[in-house]
Design a protein around this ligand. Structure first.
Ligand SMILES: [Zn+2]
Length: 182
């Protein structure tokens, strides 16, 4: 039983690698993807700007399904006085409500900063297909920096991960925010 489970985990892991390769694809496909990725990341950055304007740490997220934007939100932790009101949680909830179920299939989540463990867990639970983040979070990133919950071989769902999209802008907006508060 245990061995069977291990084999299944290994197979699922191999499938993720193959899908990741397929996504990376040809140079032309890569170029097209990166134009799209930058387009949606700019929307996430606008949400981050709006968060900063209301004294929330500037992080923004956009959830896209089939090229269509399902939800865009910024971090609202201060606004709602809610420790779980991260941008990713808000777009996942909004999209699930709009779709009428708890799954958000065939979707890509764009976020300016690498997700924390809570949000990474929510991405897995919502069965999001693809995560695109701007800048890594070496202190609490849960998509590879501190832990990797979105590609964990023991979990029943794994995401494709792309990072470094508009990384400089995504990191600068955070640095500016924290410098101005010192
Ligand atoms: Zn989070």
């Amino acid at each position: 039983m245990r061995a069977a489970r291990r084999i299944l985990a290994a197979l699922l892991f191999a499938k993720t690698i193959i899908e990741q390769e397929r996504y990376t694809g040809t140079a032309t496909l890569r170029a097209e993807r990166s134009v799209l990725d930058e387009h949606f990341m700019r929307i996430a950055l606008q949400e981050a700007e709006q968060a900063a304007a209301r004294n929330d740490v500037p992080i923004g997220a956009v959830l896209v399904q089939g090229g269509k934007v399902l939800a865009t939100r910024g971090n609202e932790r201060e606004l709602r006085r809610d420790p779980t009101a991260h941008a990713e949680m808000l777009v996942i909830r909004e999209a699930a409500t709009a779709l009428g179920g708890w799954r958000v299939p065939n979707a890509t989540l764009y976020v300016t900063l690498e997700p924390c463990p809570m949000c990474a867990g929510a991405l897995v639970l919502a069965r999001i297909n693809h995560l695109v983040y701007g800048t890594p979070d070496p202190k609490s990133g849960a998509a590879g920096s501190v832990v990797d919950l979105v590609r964990h071989p023991a979990l029943n769902h794994r995401l494709l991960v792309t990072h470094g999209i508009l990384a400089a802008e995504c990191s600068e907006i955070l640095q500016r925010f924290f410098t101005s508060r010192r």
